[in-house]
Ligand binder design. Structure first.
Ligand SMILES: Cc1ncc(COP(=O)(O)O)c(C=O)c1O
Length: 375
């Protein structure tokens, strides 16, 4: 991709790759009869929603703002699931959402009467915790001990299910379908007895469906077999699995220090927070591991945070002021999660159009965006 002409830093969504991912998800829905929702927490670049709407059943929202964005910009179904809802927002949430999932029976009891009174046909569900961990990073493991996410079997209240039509679990993070199979074993062992009274089950996100090598056939078989065992609609709400490898972050070198560190105009901490939170070392186009190619550098950001560093990489040419650095796989959990720490400008948002191959800038952020978040 020729990124030479765009102002940096900039996230560039790759429309052709996005379409490839979406076609895979359309196949999954057609083959298995499940419905796939876009988890907005991972990706909410709404200028792509008219395209995504052609392939997906709707959005999965985790807050009032996401529910509104899903309803107004995506349309179709909005499925809401959050650890708790606020009294002051609940009526708006109900007006925007087709499905509302409660994280505890106390929340369900608190809002049940409001659901019944407003009566828009909203389908309500309970998020359960199958207590089966498949994720190694504890902060991303919803089944870690002391997790606040989902009702455990010992706290499940069979007597409070009137008005509940579905169960939801979310336990995975970047997993293959074998992890879903093991999760379902635990889910059915603990909660299977309640499924005859349900009309839908949401398998959450964390399915790395569009990753090369993902066991897609395995996923289809798992869903098909589950539907043979239980007469329920199945929803999946991946985020990363829909937009993986469908975007890059383009940065420019601002300085090269004597100790071999390069300062970029993109920040690990402000613009790709998962790099530090997970943590992981993102791939850089054309770069090798340290020492692999002739010139090795640490790539760091422009903020004052000492740890604002992407990692160490090698290149076959020396980097100099103005050199371009392209971070790969930067569509998920970047634009939705970035900050303006240090007053550093947010990266622009652009799209590389599938038809022409040309890059079109959609949004640039300026001082007013920074000032507008403060008072
Ligand atoms: C409830 C729920 N659904 C869906 C997702 C999307 O997960 P992913 O982007 O890993 O597919 C998450 C991510 O945290 C989540 O918490």
């Amino acid at each position: 991709m020729d990124t030479g002409s765009i102002a940096t830093p900039c996230y560039v969504c790759d429309e052709a790759r996005l379409i490839r991912n979406l076609e895979l998800l359309a196949t999954l829905q057609k083959r298995t009869g499940c419905a796939v929702l876009l988890a907005l927490k991972a990706f909410a670049m709404f200028s792509t929603f008219p395209l995504m709407r052609r392939y997906l059943a709707g959005t999965a929202a985790s807050s009032l703002f996401e529910a509104r964005l899903g309803s107004e910009e995506f349309g179709a179904q909005v499925h809401l699931c959050a650890p708790a809802y606020k009294e002051s927002e609940f009526d708006q949430l109900l007006a925007l959402s087709n499905h509302v999932v409660f994280n505890s029976f106390s929340q369900w009891r608190r809002f049940k009467a409001r659901v019944e009174a407003i009566g828009r046909g909203t389908r309500c569900g309970i998020r359960v915790n199958p207590e089966h961990s498949e994720v190694d990073t504890p902060i991303y493991d919803p089944c870690a001990s002391n997790s606040r996410l989902g009702v455990r079997r010992k706290d499940f209240e069979p007597g409070s299910l009137e008005g509940i039509s579905g169960l939801h679990f979310h336990t995975l993070c970047g997993n293959d379908s074998d992890a879903l199979a093991r999760t379902l074993e635990s889910f059915e062992r603990k909660f299977g007895e309640f499924l005859p009274a349900m009309t839908w089950v949401n398998f959450g996100g964390g399915h790395h469906i569009a990753r090369d090598g993902y066991d897609f056939e395995g996923l289809c078989a798992i869903i098909e077999r589950f539907r043979e065992r239980h007469a329920v609609e199945i929803f999946l709400e991946p985020g990363e699995g829909i937009v993986m490898d469908a975007g890059i972050l383009v940065a420019s070198v601002l300085d090269v220090l004597p100790n071999g560190t390069v300062i970029l105009d993109a920040s690990a901490s402000a613009h790709t927070p998962d790099v530090l939170e997970m943590p992981y070392r993102p791939d850089v186009s054309g770069a090798g591991s340290p020492g692999e190619l002739e010139y090795t550098y640490w790539l760091g950001g422009p903020t004052c945070m000492a740890g604002d560093v992407f990692g160490q990489y090698s290149f076959d040419q020396p980097l100099e002021i103005g050199s371009r650095i392209v971070f790969e796989d930067m569509a998920p959990y970047t634009m939705v999660k970035n900050t303006m720490f240090n007053g550093v400008a947010l990266p622009g948002i652009a799209i590389r159009e599938a038809e022409t191959g040309g890059i079109r800038e959609i949004r640039r952020f300026d001082y007013q965006d920074y000032r507008g978040r403060l008072s």
